[in-house]
Design a protein around this ligand. Structure first.
Ligand SMILES: NC(=O)c1ccc[n+]([C@@H]2O[C@H](COP(=O)([O-])OP(=O)(O)OC[C@H]3O[C@@H](n4cnc5c(N)ncnc54)[C@H](OP(=O)(O)O)[C@@H]3O)[C@@H](O)[C@H]2O)c1
Length: 288
């Protein structure tokens, strides 16, 4: 099986690059070898590689910066994935794409399922939703996996930031009103590959939109406390107190949905897999 992986330098893409290897012949590219903001680059890359499966881990993920670069975010997160879907369909290739909990406004107060109506509150969320819709409207063979709060130690993430702050400050103030699913990039990559291992014919029957993220959910404060507790180099920490704060205490260019946790029940029932609780994967992630 020829697999084209886009975005292999990113948090998720790096883990996918590793996890996809046993499944076939993997060609891995990231910017600038492919530019998801450039339709010609997308078309040429797909036609040159002629894959059976395309896994798109590229995205414009700078949530705050997207507010001042909406055109670029739209090109990478919405227009580009639509073109990718057209090219995949023309080759009869299967497309796996990732989206976000930020398509929701966070006002529901309980985990979101796929049947809940999106209502993004920032540019990033709007462009990611437009990307989902662009792929769906092409009507090829696809999986869109909405995930949340992706982290790894390889690139800057909430986990690497908390580990850094814990070495710099005695008192941390972390918001307790943003709630979602901490999702280890490796868990997400491996779960994706387990689906793909069942074959593209099987996946074509299951095509559609699924929520796939760490099990359970947490506030940023709960998550930060767990990161600090599990830090493998705790002796380097100077942090003494972790206090609760509110999102409103830290104004940012982009509004965040407050409760954007995802309900992964459709994925677990359709594929008969489980999603490990975020607390179960954290110790492995911090030692990876
Ligand atoms: N991170 C999260 O908390 C989170 C939450 C929910 C959903 N997601 C979704 O999960 C997926 C993976 O996220 P991630 O955290 O792994 O993202 P990431 O670490 O930011 O990786 C994204 C990759 O896309 C590349 N990229 C950016 N612009 C590009 C362009 N014009 N052409 C080609 N590649 C380009 C980036 O390259 P550069 O680094 O050079 O820009 C990077 O390698 C995305 O679909 C994201 O929307 C992420």
């Amino acid at each position: 099986m020829k697999i084209l992986l886009l975005g292999n330098i990113g948090q998720l893409g790096w883990e996918l690059d590793r996890a996809l290897q046993p499944l076939g012949e993997v060609a891995s590219l990231d910017y600038p070898e492919i530019d998801m903001a450039n339709p010609d680059s997308i078309r040429k890359t797909v036609r040159d590689h002629h894959p059976a499966v395309i896994v798109n881990a590229t995205a414009y993920t700078a949530v705050d910066k997207a507010e001042s670069e909406p055109g670029l975010a739209e090109a990478i997160n919405a227009t580009g994935p639509g073109i990718l879907a057209e090219e995949a369909k023309a080759l009869n290739a299967f497309l796996i794409h990732f989206s976000t909990d930020y398509v929701f406004d966070g006002k529901k107060g309980s985990p979101y399922s796929e049947s809940d109506t999106p209502n993004p509150v920032n540019v990033y969320g709007k462009t990611k939703l437009a990307g989902e819709q662009a792929i769906q409207s092409v009507s090829g063979a696809y999986l869109i996996l909405r995930t949340a709060w992706v982290y790894s130690l390889r690139r800057e993430s909430f986990v690497t930031k908390v580990l850094k702050w814990a070495r710099e400050k005695e008192t941390l103030r972390i918001v307790d009103d943003q709630i979602s699913n901490p999702t280890w990039a490796r868990m997400l990559a491996e779960a994706t590959c387990q689906m793909l291992a069942r074959g593209t014919g099987y996946l074509a029957e299951k095509k559609g939109l699924y929520h796939l993220a760490g099990g359970g959910y947490a506030s940023r404060l709960e998550w930060a406390k767990e990161i600090i507790a599990l830090d493998p180099k705790k002796s380097e920490q100077i942090v003494r107190r972790v206090n609760a704060a509110k999102t409103a205490d830290f104004p940012t260019p982009a509004i965040r949905p407050l409760f954007s946790a995802l309900d992964c029940g459709k994925y677990t029932s359709e594929f008969s897999f489980s999603v490990p609780h975020w607390r179960i994967t954290m110790p492995f992630a911090l030692k990876a």
